[in-house]
Design a protein around this ligand. Sequence first.
Ligand code: GLU
Length: 460
Amino acid sequence: MMSDNNNTGKPVVTRFAPSPTGNMHIGGVRTALYNYLYARKHGGKFILRIEDTDEARNKDEATEAILESFKWLGLEYDELYKQSDRKEIYRGHLERLVEEGKAYASSEPSKENPDVLIELIRLKNPGRVVTVNDQVCGDVSVDTTDLGDFIIARDFNSPMFHFANVVDDHDMGITHIIRAQEHLSNTPRQILIREALGFPPFIYAHIPLVLAPDRTKLSKRNGATNTLDYREHGYLPEALLNFLALIGWNPGTEQEIFTLPELIQAFSIERVQSGGGIFNTEKLDWVNREHIKKLSHDQQYVLVEQYLPIEASTLPQYSADRFRKVLPIIIDRIAKFADVKTMWTDGELAYFFDTPQYVRDMLFFKKTKFVDADTKYEHLSAVVGEVATMLESADWSSTDTIKSAIWDYAESIGRGDVLWPMRMALSGQEKSPDPFTLAYVLGQEETLVRLRNAEQLLLS
Ligand code: GLU
């Protein structure tokens, strides 16, 4: 493997060069990130270049999606270009190559309609073995004889992708071309074009594909590939970048959670692997949770609020104060902010802001000892009443102080027969946090109201 230093002697300039034909693919973000990290690490420049020469396939929305994704991710580029603005430049280079006899215009029958003659510009291919010295894949040699005099433009105003790509990489002072491994097979052709143009070499690093867990290329069929969907689902941009960085690269240490500045520090091409890396959503969720935990309470508050359905704020007991107390419970249960919506639809949130709804039989613990049909409601009502009475004088400063107010009593009756009805009285849900946490969040007054309601309900 070659050294990771900037061995051109020039300031490092990298680029990400997407073709705007669809959504911003998540694998493309990983390519952009490696370019960004490398440039920042070496105090160089990172360029975003929209390769929109293929008019039939380009979409304006796709360019918008690329720019929007960069903004959201906080990947700042130093310069932005669109190839469609640079046609004059390509034309100049094409004309020069033809004048110098390195390329030629040829009139040929069209493939679609052999009766029609079209003009193409072809490179005079010296037909030799070309070796790509790749920083990730090593030396890759290809005999280019079979390529023949390949096409570099459809006419002087319509360069092919390979040609515009090489001209730009030179004109923009790109030193390092870090891109997906699927472009490795294009590289010999691009090297021949570069040599014909008389440009000095670039340093290449072809990075491994991002694979789905079934080890096929990550595509819409086997995973979510649209970057902006991750924004919608409430992933944090720094978490997504952190996760993507680790697909195909590792820092050589145990560290897995990185801020963007830490990634810049740690990144090196030498530690990029040559085999494909797996996009594992569970890992992404874990990384996202770790980043969510690092946010301040105020930041968490704003984000959770964005995803909490508007109906929540119309519930009778909704207040900013109550919401703030519920916040740690929510944060503990989500992997991404869209999970807040799921919690809401699963009924895991409304009871914090409204009187819970349940039927009285739900107050019985599944292994309750109150089974006698004639007395069970009365007995359980007495237990719930006793809990309420004990909590009237409880210290409400923490879940532990609330717990200690009734713990001995719960042990004496049997924990299930005390804690289960308490939890049901407070949440109305089979699944909810423990009763002490609920009591703490709801506050003493509301806790007592809900317990007294249950006490009454059992007698009704
Ligand atoms: N425009 C090409 C693409 O979107 C990238 C070319 C390159 O990075 O050299 O795949």
